[in-house]
Design a protein around this ligand. Structure first.
Ligand code: ATP
Length: 270
């Protein structure tokens, strides 16, 4: 069970230059999570307690997981991912024990970054209707709070939690002392989108006419993950016609395709 619930990567191999459009956010996470691991004396000298972890929130596909992996890579820390929704959906009755196991694993493999994805699945508002399902989720949540409260801030395990739905989180999780920083990872702005497109096309043979600024203008509302799909689709168009380089026209077609799929899913209420 342990192996299924966790993803453990010794060295995720993600660099900061693989993340676009997150500017100050990345600096904040580096300061709160990476520095305490790589330079704990800095905190000692100033006389401040290092943060135990941060909560990242924002739309899906904006790079929360990517940031956590990059921090682990840079700090030479083990990356351990636990999914909140797996915890409550796939392992009913075992949630609390698994939370304990994951925190133990993080200590055993330290220095480590414990990434708790979709924390809202466990840490959603606690219900008081006493149904078995929610009582089980409550137990899992209480175990999570207990683990976090017992955390040694000077130790070499740090927590990064992520959610798309901060509005659903139990206020207990947001209380000061649990997450030192609560940081929004928003959808990228125009220049961020241009940066992300450049990152994902780094290894592509590009036509001279490719205009990233124009593509960034046309992709308002797209996440980093959406832009990655656009790049891949554009590449597939070229592959299909056995072309040699990806031109502006291929990118434009890929953007249109994404937009019409988006509209379709809105119409179908998906
Ligand atoms: P979710 O909330 O759905 O788990 P997430 O915010 O954790 O999403 P990621 O899993 O980090 O998003 O993003 C998915 C993929 O999209 C990444 O592996 C990366 O390839 C691409 N991507 C997302 N955001 C960025 C970004 N800011 N810069 C570059 N690539 C990005």
């Amino acid at each position: 069970v342990r192996a299924q619930i966790m993803e453990v990567i010794t060295s995720p191999g993600v660099n900061y230059d693989m993340i676009g459009g997150v500017g100050d956010i990345l600096l904040e996470v580096i300061e709160s999570v990476e520095l305490p691991l790589t330079d704990p004396d800095l905190f000692k000298k100033i006389g401040i307690e290092p943060p135990t972890g941060v909560l990242l929130y924002g739309a899906p596909g904006t790079g929360k997981t990517l940031i956590a992996k990059a921090i682990a890579s840079q700090a030479n820390a083990t990356f351990i991912r636990m999914s909140g929704s797996d915890l409550v959906q796939k392992f009913v009755g075992e949630g609390a024990r698994l939370v304990r196991d994951v925190f133990q694993m993080a200590r055993d493999k330290s220095p480590s970054i414990l990434f708790i994805d979709e924390i809202d699945a466990v840490g959603g508002m606690r219900t008081h209707d006493g149904t078995t399902g929610s009582a089980e989720v409550n137990r899992t949540m209480l175990q999570l709070l207990a683990e976090m409260d017992g955390f040694d801030p000077t130790g070499d395990v740090k927590i990064i939690a992520a959610t798309n739905r901060i509005d659903l989180l139990d206020p207990a999780l947001l209380r000061p002392g649990r997450f030192d920083r609560i940081i929004e990872v928003p959808l990228p702005d125009e220049s961020g989108r241009s940066d992300i497109l450049k990152i994902h096309t780094r290894h592509m043979s590009l036509g001279d006419d490719v205009d990233f600024d124009r593509l960034a203008k046309l992709t308002d509302g797209f996440s980093g993950a959406d832009l990655k799909v656009v790049v891949k689709e554009a590449g597939m168009f070229v592959l299909r016609k056995r072309g040699e380089e990806v031109t502006m026209d291929d990118f434009l077609k890929a953007v249109d395709k994404m937009k019409s799929e988006e509209e379709l899913s809105v119409v179908q209420g998906m």
